[in-house]
Design a protein around this ligand. Structure first.
Ligand code: GH3
Ligand code: MG
Ligand code: MG
Ligand code: MG
Ligand code: MG
Length: 337
């Protein structure tokens, strides 16, 4: 049944008993075992420290330990070792207790024969084999658990990174790549917010539409890259001219910008528009082919509204657009409302 040599520890202080048990073992297992015999519990413990045993046969009357204490001591010492009680005590209660405490079997010295002993030892071996299998399975489960936990952690990190990327993309999608101010999408979002806030708070909301004068001419004269640089500088100048955190400038399209001024009356908006108009002119970006003057100028259309539930933010954009058209029509480099 087992191809290996079994290492058996016999704890027995009576030499005659030890001799008989040795003979029984030979009758049971042939030469398929190696026997180490000790007379005392303390020697058994020492023996277990340095040797591996497949099974232990334990007498309950030893010079240094009597009864089930011996079983407990050895069991604590090596919980995986099957222990077979081999005793002269015919005590059923003791036998039950021994089995409850983890003994493999409880055999009577006078009654046990070689077949019985062989079966007991084989059962002990089978038990050890099963226990080892369970232990291996437990280890495998533990490794699997660690692997899954690691995978989960990596997946969580990936999701976290993806979430961050989405946040970055979200931010980028509201920014104009050239001027780094808000783009049309950013403007739409802000206008929607401020429109609703103005309705709720019954406050006025102003827009300034801004368009660079004769910019096509500028591009034609100085080239497109210079045109891009001009757009950036104008955007920066407009942004610098807004002094409240709630004010916002966005690139509305090509060379057009739009400013949102929450809680701002027409008079206040005109003041801001005048400041921006002057600031851009003061940039002194040369535009020598402009029919107007020697530098870049802008036209501005101002519109103010007390938003109502039955109006749309688009109505305010149309108003600002019309004012801008008027400023263009009236000669450019000016504000209209
Ligand atoms: P107006 O005074 O009537 O506004 O005349 P304008 O020439 O400024 O207006 P128009 O609409 O005829 O031309 C706008 C020009 O703006 C044409 C277009 O090439 C230029 N433009 C639009 N977007 C960009 C850009 O991103 N970079 C550059 N360099 N030019 C741009
Ligand atoms: Mg004894
Ligand atoms: Mg334009
Ligand atoms: Mg223009
Ligand atoms: Mg008007």
């Amino acid at each position: 049944m087992f191809n290996k040599i079994l290492n058996i520890l016999l704890v027995e202080d009576n030499p005659d008993d030890a001799f008989l048990i040795g003979k029984l073992l030979t009758a049971s297992l042939g030469s398929q075992f190696e026997l180490a015999t000790v007379e005392r519990l303390s020697d058994a413990c020492t023996c277990l420290d340095s040797n591996h045993f497949d099974v232990c046969l334990l007498d309950l009357h030893l010079p240094d330990s009597v009864g089930l204490d011996s079983l407990l001591s050895l069991h604590n010492k090596n919980p995986g070792l099957p222990i077979v009680i081999l005793t002269g005590l015919d005590d059923e209660d003791l036998a039950t207790q021994a089995l409850q405490l983890g003994a493999q079997d409880y055999l009577m010295k006078g009654q046990v024969n070689s077949t019985w002993l062989k079966r007991t030892i084989y059962h002990a071996m089978e038990r050890t084999r099963l226990l080892e299998k369970i232990r291996t399975h437990e280890q495998q489960m533990q490794q699997l658990n660690l692997l899954l936990r690691d995978r989960l952690k990596r997946r969580t990190t990936a999701i976290h990174q993806m979430h961050e990327q989405v946040q970055v993309l979200k931010t980028i999608s509201f920014i104009d790549a050239l001027t780094q101010i808000k783009n049309r999408l950013g403007f739409d979002q802000k206008l929607e917010q401020e429109w609703l806030r103005a309705i709720g708070n019954r406050t006025s909301l102003s827009l300034i539409m801004i368009d660079i004068d004769y910019f096509k001419q500028f591009n034609d004269t100085y080239g497109h890259p210079e045109g891009d640089r001009c757009l950036k500088r104008v955007a920066q100048a407009i942004e610098a001219g807004l002094h409240r955190p709630q004010d916002l400038v966005a690139r509305y399209g090509g060379e057009e910008f739009v400013v949102i001024l929450p809680e701002t009356s027409e008079t206040g908006a005109i003041q801001v528009a005048e400041r921006i108009c002057t600031d851009v002119r003061d940039l002194k970006i040369a535009h020598l082919t402009s029919p107007l003057c020697d530098r870049i100028t802008i036209s501005l259309g101002v519109a103010t509204s007390m938003p109502q539930d039955n109006e749309l933010p688009q109505d305010l954009i149309v108003k600002a657009d019309q004012a801008l058209y008027q400023a263009k029509h009236q000669g450019r480099d000016r504000i209209s409302c």
